[in-house]
Design a protein around this ligand. Structure first.
Ligand code: NAP
Length: 271
């Protein structure tokens, strides 16, 4: 099958393109630096010719509420219009576990708007909700600073390795459209502050991590189970301690962090 991966040069997208290619598919990485821009529509009609599946794992390059909303609404509309013209049979999008519970956050309102457009379109679809990536734990610390300490809520979450995210999305992409949402998650539950503390210790980063009940997640107040997947989530194999021994864990910072905002005025965003 010809499978176009929008955001195919990013963290998840590049792994996804590799996995689909290894399975014998014609997987195309589509992103601004390969000549495809979903915001402007540049290169879209061309790349979608004869495509069976489109997987959208793109991310807005900026974080302001209005910019992110504009990114996901405009790019999704452009994609769906061009997919209908090209008779694409399956639209797959990557989103975040708990999105519908996080509407207090501007970032998640944009993801909700993206999902609504997909659900209302004529293209058969599958939405994949993933939990937080191990790769972003240090990024979480970086954007959760207040008074020189990392402030995070002591809530449960079930993060996963980016490689397992790509595996989960690849499985959905080559299957039939589910016309609904599939959840994918890591194999273990942790407390957000505890795991970030362990990640920083592994990096020999001396910052103190404080369990702060007032720390926000992407601008939203969250409770004990907001970030957890449901019982039918498909679980990745990679345990946190195993991931720590892998080359990916030796890279201290990711290009853009997923976020928990410390304090009510923080503008940092998750996902
Ligand atoms: N972080 C988390 O913990 C988490 C958890 C669950 C789900 N997610 C979701 O996972 C997805 C992928 O995240 P990621 O970390 O892999 O992102 P990433 O590494 O930042 O990659 C983003 C990709 O989007 C592309 N892109 C940006 N603007 C574009 C445009 N106008 N047209 C086409 N492509 C464009 C980028 O291309 P260039 O490099 O050329 O700009 C890049 O290939 C996101 O949707 C995110 O919400 C994240």
């Amino acid at each position: 099958m010809k499978i176009v991966v929008i955001g195919g040069t990013g963290l998840i997208g590049s792994k996804l393109v590799n996995k689909l290619s290894q399975q014998g598919h014609e997987a195309i990485a589509a992103a601004p630096n390969t000549g495809v821009n979903t915001l402007t529509g540049e290169g879209l009609a061309e790349v979608l010719k004869n495509a069976s599946v489109v997987v959208d794992v793109s991310k807005a390059p900026s974080w302001g509420d209005a910019e992110v909303l504009n990114f996901f609404e405009t790019s999704t509309r452009n994609l769906l219009t061009n997919e209908a013209a090209a008779k694409v049979g399956h639209h797959v999008a990557l989103s975040v576990v708990g999105t519908d519970r996080l509407s207090e956050s501007g970032y998640f309102r944009a993801k909700i708007a993206q999902e609504k457009l997909i659900k209302e379109s004529s293209i058969p679809y599958s939405i994949v909700h993933a939990t937080q990536f191990f790769e972003f734990l240090k990024g979480l610390a970086d954007i959760s600073m207040a008074d020189n300490k990392v402030h995070l809520p002591h809530v449960l979450f079930q993060p996963m390795a980016a490689d397992d995210v790509a595996t989960g999305v690849a499985k959905v992409a080559v299957g039939s459209p589910v016309k609904g949402t599939v959840e994918i998650a890591g194999p273990e539950e942790f407390r957000l502050d505890d795991l970030v503390r362990r990640r920083l210790a592994a990096l020999k980063d001396p910052r103190e991590v404080v369990a702060d009940p007032n720390a926000l997640y992407s601008g939203a107040k969250i409770s004990e189970r907001t970030l957890l997947p449901g019982k039918n989530a498909r679980l990745g194999e990679t345990r946190f301690e195993t991931w720590l021994t892998q080359p990916a864990a030796q890279i201290p910072s990711a290009p853009q962090p997923a976020g928990v905002a410390a304090g009510k005025d923080s503008r940092q965003k998750a996902g």
